[in-house]
Design a protein around this ligand. Structure first.
Ligand code: FAD
Length: 304
């Protein structure tokens, strides 16, 4: 299992394969977990979700951005998607990764790009913008940018990774900021992060409870873990918490029956909808996370 995970992580980081994949449309079964390669096909996919009472947080896929030109191109794609969401009237907001809009090029340049995105989103019906968190170094930079922007903008939020020891303090620090709570997707050292699934799950549950009792803004519980979802539902009922300020999130294409079931039970549900030509790294990380997802590849090869 460990080897498989590392194998797919390595594949996800391979820049040559990444570049080659861009030349092909969604291949290898990626169309099951990536909504589209362009804006119109993605809006269409969001309409299908909306019809089921599910909203979307849209992610413009993109990796290995090390120049201002690439970062500006990605920012413009995000701005175009914000406009398309607004004009089409679909129920959706956006998730962005700061490394895609220049965090590795120049932090100040990235900050200005985020600001421009927030201004545009504000003009488009005060749309929410979530800043995804990445590996530890970039996550700390993302929080520093959030700290500069959260006074000026109310439509910005971020993600707390439960594997980090510091997550408890971060949740207290951002009580009035919209937060997504996740287990955490990167490989971090034991000095800063829990390592075992048991420890991460235990801390995740603790953080969900801490946040739900103290939040002054929306909380998104983003997990495919049915045990944790059930625990959260029981906690919400026991404490009679306001469901307007809570939603569940999952990735596009995963556990779709469960997604619909939770939405039908009267909870807010939001699906993370990745789109774009740069689908390869995202897809490989999903395979690394859960080797059973390889079924997507085999099905695509063997289904005519
Ligand atoms: P896991 O620990 O992967 O799974 C727990 C259990 O759930 C499994 O043992 C299995 O029983 C069941 N299960 C899980 N998946 C399936 C499935 N497909 N089918 C059937 N059963 C299943 N990470 C970040 O670091 N930063 C981010 O910004 C970020 N944003 C995210 C946004 C969303 C909407 C989601 C869903 C995840 C995000 N993540 C992010 C990733 C997250 O940190 C985890 O790596 C990822 O969600 C896998 O953990 P899990 O909570 O789904 O549960």
């Amino acid at each position: 299992m460990g080897l498989t995970r590392d194998f797919f992580i390595k594949l996800s980081e391979n820049q040559a394969l990444n570049a080659a994949a861009k030349r092909y449309g969604l291949a290898l079964g990626a169309n099951k977990v990536v909504a589209g390669v362009d804006i119109p096909s993605t809006i269409k996919a969001i309409r299908v979700l909306n019809a089921k009472g599910i909203t979307a947080t849209v992610d413009n896929l993109g990796e290995f951005v090390f120049s201002k030109e690439e970062a500006t191109k990605a920012k413009n794609e995000i701005l175009a998607m914000i406009e398309a969401i607004h004009e089409s009237g679909v129920k959706a907001h956006m998730s962005i990764k700061l490394t895609q809009i220049g965090l590795d090029v120049d932090e100040e340049f990235c900050y200005e790009n985020v600001r421009e995105i927030l201004l545009k989103a504000h003009a488009c019906g005060n749309m929410h913008i979530n800043m995804d968190t990445e590996d530890y170094k970039h996550t700390m930079q993302t929080f520093a940018i959030l700290d500069r922007l959260k006074g000026e903008f109310k439509n910005v939020g971020t993600v707390i990774q439960a594997y980090l020891y510091r997550a408890t303090e971060d949740i207290d620090q951002y009580q009035d900021v919209r937060l997504r709570l996740v287990k955490g997707a990167y490989k971090e050292p034991a000095e800063i992060a829990y390592q075992s699934k048991e420890d991460i799950d235990e801390n995740y549950i603790k953080l969900i409870e801490q946040r739900l009792l103290n939040a002054k803004a929306m909380t998104s519980i983003a997990t495919h873990d049915h045990d944790i979802i059930d625990h959260a539902k029981r906690f919400i009922a026991q404490h009679n918490l306001n469901k307007e300020l809570i939603e569940f999130q999952m990735l596009y294409g995963f556990r779709t029956e469960l997604q619909e079931q939770i939405a039908n039970e009267g909870y807010q549900f939001c699906v993370y909808v990745p789109f774009g030509q740069d689908w390869y790294g995202y897809f490989m990380r999903r395979l690394a996370e859960r080797p059973q997802n390889l079924q997507l590849v085999t099905k695509s090869i063997f289904t005519p």
